[in-house]
Design a protein around this ligand. Sequence first.
Ligand code: HEM
Length: 171
Amino acid sequence: MTGRQRAIRAGVALGVTIAGVVALGYVLPVAAASWIKALHVIAVISWMAGMLYLPRLFVYHCAATPGSETSETFKVMERRLLEYIINPAMIVSWVAGLWLAWVVFRFQGGWLHGKLALVVGLSAVHGMFSAAVRAFAEDRNTRSQTYWRAMNEVPTAIMVVVVILVIVKPF
Ligand code: HEM
């Protein structure tokens, strides 16, 4: 896939997210909040499961010889995890989360602003992982196992702070 095609895909994903939030914002009553929150938590669990597992696959993939059967198997696993789980789960997390932030909280609250900043950071990490899946698929990853082990901890750290912010709401 070329850079232009990737940019178009990213634009379409962003458009779907924004259109989804606006459409849901006008169609669903505030009374639907519990259902949307349930959907949000389900999507977030799926997103995080993928974000925690993908760098683990990168750690093992680093040890596989390029062109070997093991390496080719990792490529398939990484691509499927990204395309079938992580990408859709991120879009649903954003759509449902923004709906809650808008319809229920009117984008008010320090905890919400902190959480939004962190999930933008998490989405940037998602973008980095997505680029890494392409690099591994083309056998041009230059990062070490140690690097991917360290990167594995980033989504975990963000998740811990996000959950404390949204549950405890300390400010
Ligand atoms: C993608 C962007 C996200 C947005 C805009 C967003 C926004 C929100 C909002 C407004 C709520 C409702 C809070 C309440 O009713 O008290 C909520 C609930 C929640 N969010 Fe998110 N969120 C996002 C991503 C995440 C992520 C990445 C996680 C976890 C790693 C997460 C975990 C949760 C949890 C556990 C709840 C339920 C809290 C409760 O009601 O007790 N969210 N989110």
